[in-house]
Design a protein around this ligand. Sequence first.
Ligand SMILES: NC(=O)C1=CN([C@@H]2O[C@H](COP(=O)(O)OP(=O)(O)OC[C@H]3O[C@@H](n4cnc5c(N)ncnc54)[C@H](OP(=O)(O)O)[C@@H]3O)[C@@H](O)[C@H]2O)C=CC1
Ligand SMILES: O=C1O[C@H](COP(=O)(O)O)[C@@H](O)[C@H](O)[C@H]1O
Length: 591
Amino acid sequence: METIPSSRIRSHATALPSHSTQSSSVHGRNGTATLPLAPKKFLPAKASCRRKSSINALVGLQDGAVAAAVNPVEKEVPFKTLKDGLLAFTSLEENKDTNGDGDSVSITVVGASGDLAKKKIFPALFALFYEGCLPQHFTIYGYARSKMTDVELRNMVSKTLTCRIDKRENCAEKMDQFLKRCFYHSGQYDSPENFVELDKKLKQHEGGRVSNRLFYLSIPPNIFIDAVRCASSSASSGNGWTRVIVEKPFGRDSESSAALTKSLKQYLDEDQIFRIDHYLGKELVENLSVLRFSNLIFEPLWSRQYIRNVQLIFSEDFGTEGRGGYFDNYGIIRDIMQNHLLQILALFAMETPVSLDAEDIRNEKVKVLRSMRPLTLDDVVIGQYKSHTKGGITYPAYTDDKTVPKDSLTPTFAAAALFIDNARWDGVPFLMKAGKALHNKRAEIRVQFRHVPGNLYNRIIGTDLDLATNELVIRVQPDEAIYLKINNKVPGLGMRLDRSNLNLHYAARYSKEIPDAYERLLLDAIEGERRLFIRSDELEAAWALFTPLLKELEEKKTIPEYYPYGSRGPVGAHYLAARYNVRWGDLTVDQ
Ligand SMILES: NC(=O)C1=CN([C@@H]2O[C@H](COP(=O)(O)OP(=O)(O)OC[C@H]3O[C@@H](n4cnc5c(N)ncnc54)[C@H](OP(=O)(O)O)[C@@H]3O)[C@@H](O)[C@H]2O)C=CC1
Ligand SMILES: O=C1O[C@H](COP(=O)(O)O)[C@@H](O)[C@H](O)[C@H]1O
């Protein structure tokens, strides 16, 4: 297992120097206190767009009060509580990893002609530019084998931007400014010479400034290493940082993932590698820790004592259309469960980290992953969608995809029961369900609580206690929401019980557009924030859970249960849940 040298674990808090001259108001539960402020040189380089400062702007004081510091000069001053209860303002030192005002950042999208680049990466970069989150001196390069001029790249990119910007002001103008900063270089992924040419072009744009370089590998995995080798030998920064965002899949199993990590580390240090799992960039996944650790009411319930089961559900109402070639080699377990759902599970179930620092959080995630039981065939149900005709429309079977072999057994659906063998979660089933071509598109976390012991209202509730248990639902998408199902009395003179939702519905509560996951993650990578990226030991622990099962499924050529396109998936998933006394929350009437 990899460990991160302690020299790389930076402390984010800097003790307040005694010669401070300014002061600020801190609003806490116990009123307002005046605190000395750090002199200007200790203030962060930029406090505008960055959440690094906003994370720190709301912290728990030692007595549990929540406080935010407001500096009349700088508007927002990030600070943290130290162990001894002192407040400390984050310093320039914290941001040493990011970018000084005069530094340049060059972002090279490797595989710029591809689907992900068009769909997600360029739109996210534009959104960051629009919000003023990109550094002053930035350049974006598209790199791929396809022949394209700068103008052609800009045309391609401009088409993908339109859908995301229609509600924004001055869009055409901003888009124009953005596109002028986008360039293209055509080259092979395994050609050091082509990367030397790219390097020359990047240098021209950097104009002698400190050059920071981010490479986003938006290419198929079989060419990751070629591209990393060439980028690191021929186009890495001479005087700033060089970072590489790697897209999934990170291998197919423990062995291939370890081999990929080993090869990447021939050319990069661990802290240069940003393994992206875009689910970690989703607003409600990011909110999970806030919900747990900043509300007194949840954390005490967060254990086997009060929670009966946890459900992690992913469904899409479309098939593998267009991506069958990739998908058939991976299947739904590798595509969704081993990464997206398991990452959410780790955040959900981890112990309280020492701090919000990336290494502290990732240490806790690794610990919980390593406490989990590897899956066996018994714990899983797999399915594959078949053709279905509804309303005169015929929906294809998975194997109708021309890039998929007719006899493919690759699962497009899976349900699994996982267990964490530690003191907090012993015996609590964590049920995962993921599928394509189902009846809806949704991602959510459902927490079903235990029954109320000796419930006085049992007589009224009836015998089906399941109907009366509290359930907390975190709807990651679409229509983000967090709601808690509770029992209440129907108003009136009689005594009738009802189920209602205490509902935090994001669209109703916030008028602000929720940023796309890729925006958050790209900004994090630019700022050197590693909290939402997967460290290699996490990856190793994640593969260790799924590899034995995947091998067994493939060796035994397990036949999936077929389910009609657009249905609720195989019935086997219900039997699996029933074995653990669980009902899928998304299939009940009052979802
Ligand atoms: N698309 C998506 O929604 C998602 C994608 N990903 C991952 O992101 C990465 C990129 O995905 P996506 O954009 O869909 O991939 P694409 O298949 O569109 O490939 C991206 C680019 O890579 C080049 N390329 C494709 N195949 C080869 C090959 N065999 N040899 C050399 N170059 C090749 C092509 O550019 P050119 O020919 O111009 O060089 C292509 O435009 C992949 O790792 C994928 O698994 C992850 C999550 C979602
Ligand atoms: O990583 C992947 O995610 C998408 C689903 O992402 P979402 O943000 O649209 O929910 C999935 O379609 C794809 O198969 C998978 O590779």
